[in-house]
Design a protein around this ligand. Structure first.
Ligand SMILES: Cc1ncc(COP(=O)(O)O)c(C=O)c1O
Length: 374
């Protein structure tokens, strides 16, 4: 059987059109975009073209886009760059408890440096209460960080309501949009993080939108690239690939993926006794399904499915080696045991009806085997 790839929240298969858009910048148009000669100018034009595409997609201005090495760097830059630029005496951040590790880890590190961090709880479907954001704000708060779509359970946060509170209180909002980029309208945030490899683009490239007027200290110092905000020779092939990937998504495509995901959810919940949905029924990212399958370890399920030709995951790829239960699922109120018995299946524009039927059959077989030989 051809493998069925249902781990698209972890990474997606590059689109051949993206690869074609990148290729010239690794071969004949190899120039350094910072160089002033013709080779450099050709590369710089590709970079600026992609910057314009990103700006349009994020409802921003081109000069507000800073390219960097991916979502992890962009999240670190947003948080640490804001913290390091904050006036003395303002040392408080607000972050949702279910953010990606690349958001939570820099916040935790700041705590070791004397910062205070308020972690917002979520309800049983993973939603942040905008009222909690309002109550968490203090005169010394420098940033609120709430991702647009959760990478494990797909919860789409009430980001417009949160943005309105932040704007009213004059506190910048950072939103990690790596999972939702091009699948949803952009979050109305001051700092927006996106990357390419979740949208059929290359790995190792992403961008941070910094709203004009905000001051961030750079993470990387060196040459004056990216207006002095991010030193280092620009990754022209990656940037061209990111720009190309952004042009490919559409609302119709997201609707079609959501329909297939709903079909998969219905089949899995129907076929497997005791299966339960993790995360919301509505306001959920189109590509995401996460289910609790009591009586099976998630790790064993992923391995059993792999042997049956289905690629799935327990949750975040960065945590796949961890034995700790997911911080996202436990924040919803799942017991460590139920969190450990959960599986994430994530679709793409290339997932087919036949694949979801075959994946359901494989999952049914894997669960039956694991339950009979625990
Ligand atoms: C929500 C979210 N944020 C950030 C990242 C990190 O992005 P990158 O792999 O580009 O460093 C990921 C990907 O794993 C993600 O899903």
């Amino acid at each position: 059987m051809t493998p069925i790839y249902l781990d698209n929240a972890s990474t997606t298969q590059p689109d051949p059109r993206v690869l074609a858009a990148m290729a010239p910048y690794s071969s004949e148009h190899f120039g350094n975009p910072a160089a002033t000669h013709a080779h450099g100018r050709t590369a710089a034009r590709a970079v600026e073209r992609a910057r314009g595409i990103l700006a349009d997609a994020l409802a921003a201005q081109p000069e507000e886009i800073v390219f960097c090495s991916g979502g992890t760097e962009a999240n670190n830059f947003a948080i640490l760059g804001t913290a390091w630029a904050a006036p003395a005496g303002k040392r408080h951040l607000v972050v949702s408890a279910i953010e990606h590790a690349s958001v939570l880890a820099p916040c935790a590190w700041l705590e070791t440096q004397g910062w205070q961090v308020t972690r917002l709880p979520v309800d049983s479907e993973g939603f942040v209460d905008p009222g909690d954001v309002r109550r968490a704000l203090r005169p010394e708060t420098v940033l609120v960080s709430v991702g647009q779509a959760n990478n494990e359970i797909g919860t789409l946060q009430p980001i417009a309501a949160i943005a309105a509170i932040c704007a009213e209180q004059g506190v910048p909002l950072h939103s990690d949009a790596c999972q939702s980029f091009t699948r949803m309208p952009p979050p109305p945030a001051d700092l927006i993080v996106v990357n390419a490899h979740k949208i059929h683009g290359p790995k190792g490239i992403g961008a941070l939108r910094i709203r004009t007027g905000l001051h961030l200290e750079p993470l990387l110092r060196g040459g004056g690239q990216e207006s002095g905000l991010r030193a280092g020779t620009l990754n022209t092939p990656g940037i061209a690939g990111l720009g190309s990937a952004v042009t490919l998504g559409s609302t119709e495509e997201s609707i079609a993926i959501a329909k297939l995901r709903d079909d998969l959810a219905a089949m899995v919940l129907d076929a497997i006794p005791g299966a339960r949905l993790n995360g919301p029924r509505g306001n959920r990212l189109c590509t995401n399904l996460n289910v609790c399958l009591p009586g099976c370890s998630g790790r064993a399920l992923v391995a059993a499915l792999d042997r049956l030709g289905v690629r799935a995951s327990r949750g975040s790829a960065c945590a796949s080696g961890s034995t700790r239960p997911s911080h996202v699922l436990t924040a919803l109120g799942l017991s460590p045991q139920d969190a450990d018995s959960s599986l994430r299946l994530t679709l793409s524009k290339w997932t087919t009806t036949e694949e979801i039927a075959n994946a359901t059959a494989a999952l049914q077989e894997a669960v039956r085997t694991l339950r009979s030989h625990p």
